[in-house]
Design a protein around this ligand. Structure first.
Ligand code: NAI
Ligand code: MG
Length: 332
C-alpha cells in the first residue's frame, strides 16, 4: 500500500520528516513515495503541481501533505497546489477537529468550490477585479450529508448530535441562499440530530468566545478556512491542528498551518500538527491501535513539558520528535 508524501515548502519538509519517521515506525508495511509540490518546484520547473506528483497521488491509497508557500500576488501559471489537489482528486470534505479544555468540535468545510473556484479576472481597465463564487446543489448536499453522518457517529460517543449551519445568506442571498436551502433539505433526513444556523460573523465571535457550545459546524470553503484558524486556538494553536480532506475512496491529510516562512529553517516548528495528521491517517486506514499509540505518545511528551516555543516551550522540532519517537518504542 502506497502513501504519497508531499513535504512542500518552508516548515513543510521539517514537520513531514517527523511525521514520516513516526509513520515508518508504526506502519512499516506501508510504502512512502515522496513527491514535489509548491513554490520551490514552481521556481525550478515552472509548475507547482507536476504531473508526476499527480500521478503518484492518484495511485496512492492516501496522501500526507506538509505545507506550500503561495505568493499573495498574481504569478502567471501559479495556482495553489493544495487547492488544485483537493479539486482534481475531488477531496470534497475538509474535516477539521479541535479539542481542548471543555471544547470538542469539528468544522466540516466544503473543499471544491466557493470563492476558491479559481474563476478570478481583472477587467481590461485594470481597476476592477471579479471573483466568481460558485455554490452548487450537489457540493452543498454532499458536504452537509458528511457533517450529518459525522454528527451521528459522534452521538454514539456522547456528543450532542448538533449541527450548526454557517452561512451569510442575508447578504449572499443567491449563493449562500442555495447552500442554506439545501442544508435544511438534507437536515430533514436526520430527525435524531438538532440543527441551528448562524451567520458567519456571529459564528466567528461565538467560536472565539464560547467554543464549547459547538459540536459539528458545516460551512462553505472560504468561511471554513477562516473559522478553522479561529477554532484551533482552543486546541493549542496552528502548531497542533490537523485536518483530513476526504473524497469518495481517497484521503489527504494536512496540518491546518501553512509554510510559516517566519520560522522556517530555524528548527523550532511544532511537529504536532503533522503528527496528528498521521493519527488521522492511521485511523482512516482502520489501524486504531497504531493511531492510539501515537496519540498517547504525543500527549505524554506534551504533558512532560517537552514542546516548541509556539506552545510555550523551549524545545526544538527534533527534541520533540525524538521524545515522541522514544515513546513509540515503548509497547502500548
Ligand atoms: P502560517 O500558517 O504558515 O503561519 C501563521 C503563523 O503561525 C506564523 O507566525 C507561523 O510561524 C506560525 N506557525 C504555523 N505553523 C506552525 C508550526 N507548526 N509551529 C510553530 N509555529 C507555526 O500562515 P501564513 O504565515 O499566513 O502563510 C505562510 C505561507 O503559507 C503563505 O505562502 C501561504 O500561502 C501558505 N499557506 C499554505 C497553506 C497550505 O499549504 N495548506 C495553508 C495556509 C497558508
Ligand atoms: Mg487556512
Amino acid at each position: 500500500m502506497n502513501i504519497c508524501v508531499i513535504p512542500g515548502d518552508g516548515i513543510g519538509p521539517e514537520v513531514m520528516a517527523v511525521a514520516t519517521d513516526a509513520l515508518r515506525r508504526l506502519a512499516p508495511d506501508l510504502t512512502l513515495v515522496e513527491a514535489e509540490a509548491g513554490w520551490g518546484v514552481f521556481q525550478r520547473t515552472g509548475t507547482a503541481l507536476p504531473e508526476t506528483t499527480l500521478a503518484i497521488a492518484r495511485q496512492a491509497t492516501a496522501i500526507l501533505f506538509g505545507a506550500v508557500a503561495s505568493p499573495s500576488y498574481p504569478v502567471p501559471g501559479y495556482r495553489s497546489p493544495i487547492v488544485e489537489l483537493r479539486r482534481t482528486l475531488d477531496l470534497y470534505a475538509n474535516i477539521r477537529p479541535t479539542t481542548g479544555p471543555g471544547v470538542d468540535l469539528v468544522i466540516v468545510r466544503e473543499n471544491t468550490e466557493d470563492l476558491y473556484s479559481g474563476r478570478e479576472r481583472l477587467e481590461d481597465d485594470g481597476n476592477t477585479a471579479i471573483a466568481e463564487r460558485v455554490i452548487t446543489r450537489n457540493a452543498s448536499a454532499r458536504i452537509v450529508r458528511t457533517a450529518c453522518e459525522l454528527a451521528r457517529t459522534r452521538q454514539t460517543t456522547g456528543h450532542p448530535g448538533k449541527v450548526t449551519i454557517v452561512h451569510k445568506a442575508n447578504v449572499l442571498r443567491v449563493s449562500d441562499g442555495l447552500f442554506r436551502t439545501v442544508a435544511f433539505e438534507i437536515a430533514a433526513d436526520y430527525p435524531e440530530l438538532s440543527f441551528e444556523e448562524r451567520l458567519v460573523d456571529v459564528a466567528a465571535m461565538q467560536l472565539a468566545a464560547q467554543p464549547q457550545r459547538f459540536d459539528v459546524i458545516v460551512t462553505t470553503n472560504l468561511f471554513g478556512d477562516i473559522l478553522s484558524d479561529i477554532a484551533c486556538i482552543h486546541g493549542g494553536g496552528l502548531g497542533v491542528a490537523a485536518s483530513s480532506n476526504l473524497g469518495q475512496d481517497r484521503a489527504l491529510f494536512e496540518p491546518v498551518h501553512g509554510a510559516a516562512p517566519d520560522i522556517a529553517g530555524r528548527g523550532i516548528a511544532n511537529p504536532t500538527a503533522a503528527l496528528n495528521c498521521v493519527v488521522m491517517l492511521l485511523d482512516w486506514l482502520n489501524r486504531p491501535q497504531a493511531a492510539d499509540h501515537l496519540q498517547r505518545a504525543i500527549a505524554a511528551v506534551a504533558t512532560a513539558g517537552i514542546c516548541t516555543p509556539d506552545v510555550g516551550g523551549e524545545a526544538t522540532t527534533r527534541e520533540v520528535a525524538d521524545a515522541i519517537l522514544e515513546q513509540l518504542t515503548i509497547q502500548p
